[in-house]
Design a protein around this ligand. Structure first.
Ligand code: ZN
Length: 239
């Protein structure tokens, strides 16, 4: 079964939210950069994660996904609370569409009454947790692995458009979220990792060289190393 497919309404959508009026232009411009965006790294300490979710089952899945990251963030501690008040505000409000998150501390720029991370409701627990894992990666400062500047993907751009573009995921977003490699001065680049949860899933016909995006539902070794590098005091110099 495909976890992330254009036939599903659950395809990750991130940046429509980041293009809101609450996102300063320089922050909006920065989203193209980095597999990890060092300038969006949270300062060492406690991050409050507010959960405004439908039911206990959803909360348990989201907390489980967060814990998977938290094992590898020595600099950070997470305080999970119910409700809408926190540094990272997770919502599954059905009036909001898509799976998306602000990148790291970009969440601090958003209106305090708005979520910073949204998950579409689904009865598919495996998919819901996988989406939460991916979005928490963004919330901690990671960007898309398939946009890694040294990725091995030789995209067939027409096939990519045919596969991903929809009303909910227009061409401009596909270009920015799938095809454009990340670049910029504030990058933490670790080796390209097709097993990363920050990598989209897609079939081989989207590339000229037959490379696929597999369905990655738990942190790869590369994910663990990347986030640990970003949030380890001795490496980051943070206190
Ligand atoms: Zn994403």
């Amino acid at each position: 079964m495909s976890l992330i497919t254009p036939l599903s309404p659950n395809i990750p959508i991130h940046h429509p939210a980041r293009l809101s009026d609450n996102t300063p232009p320089e922050r909006a411009a920065r989203k193209k950069r980095g597999v990890a965006d060092i300038s969006a790294r949270w300062p060492a300490g406690i991050i409050t994660v507010a959960l405004d979710l439908k039911d206990k089952k959803s909360k348990a899945l989201v907390v489980d996904a967060l814990k998977e990251w938290a094992h590898h963030t020595p600099d950070l501690r997470f305080e999970v609370v119910d409700g809408k008040q926190g540094d990272i505000r997770v919502s599954d409000d059905e009036n909001i569409k898509g799976n998306w998150s602000d990148i790291g501390t970009d969440a601090l720029w958003r209106d305090k009454n708005e979520p910073t991370l949204h998950l579409d409701r689904t009865e598919n627990s495996k998919l819901f947790r996988a989406n939460a894992l991916h979005e928490f990666g963004h919330a901690l400062g990671l960007l898309h692995e398939h946009q890694h500047p040294q990725n091995t993907l030789q995209w067939n751009k027409q096939a990519v458009h045919d596969y991903f573009v929809s009303d909910a995921y227009p061409e401009e977003i596909v270009q920015r979220q799938v095809l454009d490699p990340v670049s910029g001065p504030n990058l933490q680049i670790t080796p390209y990792d097709p097993k990363s949860v920050m990598h989209y899933a897609f079939p081989a016909q989207l590339t000229e060289n037959g490379h696929t995006g597999s369905e990655n539902i738990s942190l790869s070794k590369g994910d663990q190393e990347a986030i640990r590098r970003l949030y380890t005091p001795q490496i980051t110099g943070a206190n």
